[in-house]
Design a protein around this ligand. Sequence first.
Ligand SMILES: Nc1ncnc2c1ncn2[C@@H]1O[C@H](COP(=O)(O)OP(=O)(O)OP(=O)(O)O)[C@@H](O)[C@H]1O
Ligand SMILES: [Mg+2]
Length: 247
Amino acid sequence: MAKKDFVLSVEDLTVSFDGFKAVDGLNLYVDRNEVRVVIGPNGAGKTTVLDLISGKTRATSGSINFKGLELTKMSEHMIVRAGIGRKFQTPSIYENLTTYENLEVSFPRGRSVFGAIAFRRTADVDERVRQIAEEVFLTEMLDQTAELLSHGQKQWLEIGMLLMQDPELMLLDEPVAGMSVSEREKTAELLSRVAKNRSVVVIEHDMEFVKNIAHRVTVLHQGKVLAEGSMEAVQSNPKVIEVYLGH
Ligand SMILES: Nc1ncnc2c1ncn2[C@@H]1O[C@H](COP(=O)(O)OP(=O)(O)OP(=O)(O)O)[C@@H](O)[C@H]1O
Ligand SMILES: [Mg+2]
C-alpha cells in the first residue's frame, strides 16, 4: 500500500544505545482514526518508540513519516506543531495551576506559563477550555489546583492538555496506570470518543482496557514486532503467550 494511506508510517526504524538495539528494524503503519495499542514485556522498546516518534530520541536509522513529513529530521517542538501530542508514563501537569489554567496554557497560542500571564483570556479559548474539561470529566474541578486532583484526574487533565492542541495523532504511554476500574472504563470511553477524528497510539499493560479500546494491537518484543492484528488474533498467538501474556 502507498504511504499516503497512513497517517503514520514507521519503516525500518532502529535506535542503538551503546550497541544495544532498543528498537530494531521496526515497521509500524497507523491509519487515520485508528486506535492502535502497543503491548509487550518490560523493556520491549515501547516507550522508546514513542520517544522516537515525538523526537525526544534520535533514530540511528530508518524513517518516520507523518502526513508526508519526515519526523526523524525534526525537533520535538516542530513535531508538536505538526500535530503530534504525547503523554508520558508519569503525568506532567503544572501542579500549582488550576485545572482551568493547565488547559488554558496548553492552548497553542499561550503555550508557555509565562506567555499565559500576558495573553488575554478570549471567549474562544474559554469555550475550548470548558469543552475539553467536559470531555475529560473535569468540569467540576476547573477551579481546583491541579495538585489536589486524584491520580486518575491528573491523567485525564494531561489528556485534556493534549486535546487543547487538537493533535491529529496522540501518543499515550500507559494512560490508565494506577487508575481504578471505573476510571479505566471512563478512560476507554474517552479514548474511543477522541479517536473519532484523530489517531491514537497507546501503550498499555492492562489487557481488559486494551480489549475495550484497540482497533489493532502490535506486540513488541526486543525492539521488534512479534505479532500484529486484532486483539483476538494476538491473544491466541502462541509466540505472544510465550513471551508476554503467559506471565
Ligand atoms: N536513553 C537510553 N539509554 C540507554 N538505554 C535505554 C534508553 N532508553 C531506553 N533504553 C533501554 O531500552 C530498552 C527499552 O526500554 P523502553 O523504556 O522502551 O521499554 P518499555 O517497553 O517501554 O518497557 P516498560 O513496559 O517497562 O515501560 C530497555 O532495555 C531500556 O533500558
Ligand atoms: Mg515504557
